[in-house]
Design a binder for this molecule. Structure first.
Ligand code: HEC
Length: 112
């Protein structure tokens, strides 16, 4: 029993040490918020932001919980997504759309 307890503690410590801080599934942006965010980030559109949300919801809780978008600053997301897109086997376009969504969601959260 003691061994089992030690094992459970070790697993808990290991899973706390790696993987993102997680939260609830992020909501899609409203059409207004998506339009505002798309105007600020060249190359992104309300459609790419919506597609990025769908890809995020479908893939980004498969190995860990949904990462908490507010916990990671904008400048870290591109390199994190390079790594995670490979793990999730996303196409380069899907990866870019997830980045469009993440940055748009962060910008609109900051405003609220
Ligand atoms: C195949 C499994 C897998 C999938 C799918 C996956 N991840 Fe991860 N993720 C991991 C593992 C393992 C770690 C912890 C080790 C590491 O950073 O490589 C991690 C860590 C992270 C971190 C923390 C990185 C850091 O440096 O703080 C973030 C943020 C993250 N994932 C976001 C995502 C997003 C967004 C997606 C969807 C595109 C995703 N993950 C899909 C396995 C996965």
């Amino acid at each position: 029993m003691k061994k089992l307890f030690a094992f459970v503690l070790a697993v808990a410590a290991a899973s706390a040490a790696c993987g993102p801080k997680t939260g609830a599934a992020p909501a899609p942006l409203t059409p207004e918020a998506a339009t505002t965010a798309a105007a600020r980030r060249p190359g992104s559109t309300p459609t790419s932001i919506a597609a990025g949300h769908d890809t995020f919801i479908a893939n980004c809780n498969r190995c860990h919980g949904y990462p908490l978008l507010s916990a990671i600053p904008d400048e870290k997301w591109p390199s994190i997504l390079d790594e995670m897109a490979e793990k999730a086997k996303l196409t380069p376009e899907a990866k870019r759309q997830v980045l469009d969504f993440v940055l748009a969601a962060r910008a609109s959260d900051a405003k609220q």
